[in-house]
Design a protein around this ligand. Structure first.
Ligand SMILES: Cc1cc2nc3c(=O)[nH]c(=O)nc-3n(C[C@H](O)[C@H](O)[C@H](O)COP(=O)(O)OP(=O)(O)OC[C@H]3O[C@@H](n4cnc5c(N)ncnc54)[C@H](O)[C@@H]3O)c2cc1C
Length: 660
């Protein structure tokens, strides 16, 4: 019999589910909270907000991160902003509209009830962060300022220059520090979770490696929360920080947690193009730039050829010969179409030969019109640090005038191209953010929750902080309510000893391969396979070939890897090898999911399934579900698919339309 999944969505009207849930969930009384321990793995926006909130509530929290400070979590890199339905602009926003835009932006593949709750708590996040002192941009009169992000016709994005993630993380970190000082949160920096420990089928602890000494340590608790970010680095080149990894998520998967919708990977349209084969990192140019920047390529192929040959510059192409292709194809949303749509449109133009750099894989993002309209000071105030970052990397200043033609000033345009950026898929969680393993929760980017097949810009920070500040602190109590009667588990129990032994044996195995190839060289090859066969546009044949190549890469990894140094002490190559082992598993999961999903939706584009205009063509009759993958005991074995059907009560599922 096919396995079924209980997503625990509460009864009642969509708009009332969360209120009803909170009214009826089980609570933990203050005295019992003192007896309960919670492990939170991760100190990004999701982990730090959860750890601080749980500490404030009275639980004993153990909070882990791989960096030397919680403040260095990848969330610090977030540039553009965070969404909320405050409607300060009085431009027609509401909780319903944020909910609707998010479901539509995700190409109708998200859970309705989760997304409604996300929109509902979004406003509280802004209040919380302002109370912490997060310096959001303000209008002249003191109101918080907003800008627009893709997939919305209102301005609902709150921002702090191009450093929103950093400022939000400092806010969460100050709350966390308060709890550290109060003795409610104990921080373990430079510790990496290597396994989750199950006792009687429940998550009761973790095995973590002290990254400085190399020693393995055991930690027990009443519940474990995973907040370890996304798996974009499976592709080697991505906008993610170099340390981002999916090791904790994959260890949970190997212990029985389902992995949901892994093929939903976001390719961001505005990144600095790849410029050589020695690169290990790609740089994002925030989507906020699409508020004022216009994306274009030449109308004439001969102009594109001249740009590719370097005999012509972008600013030399007159206005009438420019194709603002997003404005042309999607008049209602223009440059602010969602990321999947903008990325595919850029690829389409480049595939047809209109690319604007020497590789033919770039389009222009041009600020000439907005600088004329608003002045360079205003534009620099909005995007100064992004312009500086672009100049630092490319030696081109997008705020510098290139020439004047017929009284019109032209500025040097940026060159951009799509790149791997965010992962909508992840550990499966129910409405309570609990995985398929009791007592194991997953929050932030590492879960699959709220974005369907495509995340809208500025919604990741919203989701991470919603999970950490406002959802998990309620739902985890429902689980913990009857746990205080159990004694604290000793880490001498056989389950802990066995898990530690397994990790130790695996480290020995990796150290003893003693082959010839560095971790990075194999990772780079993995990234190449992923981009070519499981990337922006996929086919059945390409995915089947990709799966074969992924199996070969695992063999290569298992037989020809070389890790210098010893397992004792600091060994970053060993740490990277552990991550790579798990990226290979994740790569296969992405490919299996993409292969089985015979439709295109959001970030998952199968060439066989597209409309005449080249838009993603969904198959709601056969694929209106969350695809959950279950581990089958061995890395080499294909995972098993379990379906969680989606049910929409108020949103009509239809073809996405950003044209009118
Ligand atoms: C360049 C860039 C710009 C972005 N800009 C925006 C934006 O403007 N708006 C928006 O909404 N979103 C944006 N995003 C997305 C957003 O930043 C992320 O989705 C979000 O910050 C993820 O937060 P998180 O807490 O889930 O994970 P992270 O911030 O990635 O934190 C992960 C934590 O887990 C820890 N960790 C990982 N593995 C282990 C392990 N095995 N053991 C112990 N600890 C571990 C890490 O140390 C870290 O503390 C951007 C992303 C990028 C790449």
């Amino acid at each position: 019999m096919a396995k079924t999944i209980d997503s625990k969505i509460p009864e009642g009207l969509v708009a009332e589910k969360w209120t009803n849930y909170k009214a009826h969930q089980r609570l933990v009384n203050p005295k019992n909270k003192l007896k309960l321990d919670v492990i939170v793995v991760g100190t990004g926006l999701a982990g730090a907000s959860a750890a601080a909130s749980l500490g404030e509530m009275g639980f004993n929290v153990y909070n882990f991160c791989i960096q030397d400070s919680p403040r260095r979590a990848h969330s610090i890199a977030a540039q553009g902003g965070i969404n909320a339905a405050k409607n300060y602009q009085n431009d027609g926003d509401s909780v319903y509209r944020l909910f609707y835009d998010t479901v539509k932006g995700g190409d109708y593949r998200a859970r309705e009830a989760n997304v409604y709750r996300l929109a509902e708590v979004s406003n509280a996040i802004i209040d919380q962060c302002v109370a912490q002192g997060v310096p959001f941009a303000r209008e002249y009169g003191g109101m918080l300022a907003n800008r627009s992000f893709g997939g919305a016709q209102v301005s609902r994005t709150f921002y702090a220059k191009g450093q929103t993630g950093q400022q939000l993380l400092l806010g969460a970190y100050s709350s966390l520090s308060r709890q550290v000082h109060a003795g409610k949160v104990k921080l373990y920096t430079r510790y990496e979770m290597e396994d989750v420990v199950l006792v009687d089928g429940r998550a009761r602890g973790i095995i973590a490696k002290n990254l400085i000494t190399g020693k393995l340590e055991r930690f027990s608790a009443n519940a474990v929360v995973i907040a370890t970010g996304g798996y974009g680095n499976t592709y080697f080149l991505s906008t993610n920080a170099m340390g981002c990894n999916c090791t904790a998520a994959i260890q949970c998967y190997r212990k029985g947690a389902y992995m949901a919708n892994p093929s939903y990977v976001q390719i961001h349209p505005t990144c600095i193009p790849v410029h050589g084969d020695k690169q290990s990192k790609l740089t994002l140019m925030s989507e906020s730039l699409r508020n004022d920047g216009r994306i274009w390529v030449p109308k004439k192929l001969e102009d594109a050829k001249a740009l590719q040959a370097g005999t012509k510059q972008g600013y030399e192409i007159p206005e009438e010969d420019r194709d603002y292709y997003l404005e042309r194809r999607y008049p209602a949303f223009g440059n602010l179409v969602p990321r999947d749509v903008a990325s595919r449109a850029a690829k389409e133009r480049c595939d047809k030969g209109y690319g604007v750099n020497s590789t033919g894989l770039a389009v222009f993002l041009d600020f000439s019109e907005s600088i004329q309209r608003l002045g360079i000071d205003e534009i620099r105030q909005r995007y100064g640090n992004l312009f500086d970052m672009y100049e630092e990397i490319t030696d081109v200043n997008p705020g510098e005038k290139a020439c004047t033609v017929n009284g019109v000033d032209y500025y040097y345009p940026m060159m951009i191209f799509p790149a791997i950026h965010y992962t909508m898929g992840g550990i499966w969680v129910d409405y309570e953010l609990q995985t398929s393993i009791p007592g194991l929760f997953a929050i932030g980017e590492c879960n699959f929750s709220d974005h369907g097949a495509n995340r809208l810009g500025a919604s990741a920070l919203m989701q991470g902080l919603a999970d950490g500040y406002f959802v998990l602190p309620y739902t985890i109590q429902n689980y913990l309510a009857d746990q205080s009667i159990w004694p604290r588990l000793s880490t001498d129990m056989p389950e802990f000893a066995e898990a530690e032994k397994g990790v130790e044996a695996e480290i020995d195995r990796l150290m003893n391969i003693k082959g010839k190839r560095s971790v990075d060289s194999i990772h780079k090859e993995l990234g190449h396979i992923m981009w070519e066969h499981v990337g922006m546009s996929r086919t059945k044949a390409g995915l089947e070939e990709g799966l074969k190549l992924l199996s070969d890469i695992r063999k290569e990894f298992n037989t020809n890897l070389f890790i210098p140094g010893a397992k004792e002490g600091l060994n970053v190559e060993l740490d990277k090898a552990i991550h790579l082992r798990d990226f290979i598993i994740m790569g296969e999961l992405i490919a299996y999911d993409a292969l089985h999903r015979d439709e295109s939706c959001g970030g998952h584009f199968r060439e066989e399934y597209q409309t005449e205009e080249g838009e993603a063509k969904r198959d709601d009759k056969n694929f209106f579900y969350v695809g959950c993958w279950e581990y089958q005991g061995q890395d080499e074995k294909a995972p098993e698919l379990i379906k969680e059907p989606l049910h929409y009560e108020i949103i009509k599922v239809q073809q996405r339309n950003y044209k009118n």
